[in-house]
Design a protein around this ligand. Structure first.
Ligand code: PBG
Length: 326
């Protein structure tokens, strides 16, 4: 590299055309996965107060949302279910008549071509709000695996393209892969929430999914925010067990992890720009404290720059509209 004055970095910043030519990172609607909360009822859209622009939708309304997502050029959705009835073992999670299973079938029929991913977890379906079966006051790993396998299979039977276990039980990716293969679903992919931290940024999601733990917290299964090497071990395990895409979650406060995972494994990496990250930007924007659009783009570019191939984000529709100049 030459020194100043031979090298003047400002030459390449003089106008938008030249800035575009040298831009290193791209952001397109194609990079996004849009999360949708499906609940009971008909023609029902219940706004989530802490997440402006996001609602819990009945199946018919979720289909309409999917049509919009598809029209905006966003390739995929991820479905979260909020069942009418919860119990201690999350029965609705693996019922073929569950809200997510119904939504998968309806979206496949009405909006073919949209990739359907599903969140595989029990916390939205259990009355105690934990991500598995409770034994002696804690989530029991191995008996939870059986239920997660049933849930993933039931999503696959309904037509899901990708299942995404978000529970953080040990061994779940391997267990799910094995049973998908045994049941003829060898082409259903697994996107593992591989490095998922015990984060305060999930607060608004828990309002949306009605999944706040009724006692204790998730620190015995989700990762300690202080750890980074452990995230690489978690990712390595999930890859060995058969994960096709590995996810880091949350995104904004964990960009070092996104970067290291991409560098070390060279696998498709997803980053989850979670509910709290969305709500903070929306809230500050609404107060006039920050420029919401600008900060949204800055954060999403940062996540891509760190190495994420794809981003799960409640901003997906906003970004797509902005990129389409609408
Ligand atoms: C389910 C799950 C959670 C999120 C995604 N899947 C909540 C949690 O672990 O408490 C959070 C997503 C968000 O905050 O946007 N286990």
């Amino acid at each position: 590299m030459m020194d100043f004055p031979a090298y003047r970095p400002r030459r390449l910043r003089r106008n938008e055309k030249i800035r575009e030519l040298v831009r290193e990172t791209t952001l397109s609607p194609k990079n996004f996965i849009y999360p949708i909360f499906v609940g009971p009822g008909k023609n029902r859209a219940q706004p989530v107060s802490s997440m402006p622009g996001v609602s819990q939708l009945s199946v018919d309304r979720a289909v309409i949302e999917c049509e919009e997502v598809q029209a905006l050029g966003i390739p995929a959705i991820i479905l979260f279910g909020v069942p009418e009835h919860k119990d201690s073992v999350g029965t609705e999670a693996y019922a073929d008549t569950g809200v997510v299973q119904q939504a998968i079938r309806a979206v496949k029929e009405k909006v073919p071509g949209l990739l359907i991913m599903t969140d595989v977890c029990l916390c939205e379906y259990t009355d105690h709000g934990h991500c598995g079966v409770i034994k002696s006051g804690d989530v029991d790993n191995d008996s939870t695996l059986e239920l997660l396998v049933k849930e993933a299979l039931s999503h696959a039977r309904a037509g899901a393209d990708v299942v995404a276990p978000s529970d953080m039980m040990d061994g779940r990716v391997g267990a799910i892969r094995k049973s998908l293969d045994q049941n003829g679903f060898e082409y259903v992919a697994i996107m593992a929430y591989a490095a998922k931290y015990a984060s305060g940024f999930y607060g608004p999601f828990r309002e949306a999914a009605e999944s706040t733990p009724q006692f204790g917290d998730r620190r015995s299964y989700q990762m300690d925010p202080a750890n980074a090497d452990e995230a690489l071990r978690e990712v390595e395990l999930d890859i060995r067990e058969g994960a096709d895409i590995v996810m880091v979650k949350p995104a904004m406060a964990y960009l070092d992890i996104v970067y290291r995972v991409k560098q070390k494994f060279g696998y498709p990496v997803a980053a989850y720009n979670v509910s709290g990250e969305y709500s903070m930007i929306k809230a500050a924007g609404r107060n006039g404290w920050i420029d919401e659009e600008r900060i949204m783009m800055e954060v999403l570019f940062a996540i891509r720059r760190a190495g994420a191939d794809m981003i799960l984000s409640y901003f997906a529709k906003d970004v797509a509209r902005l990129l389409h100049g609408q």
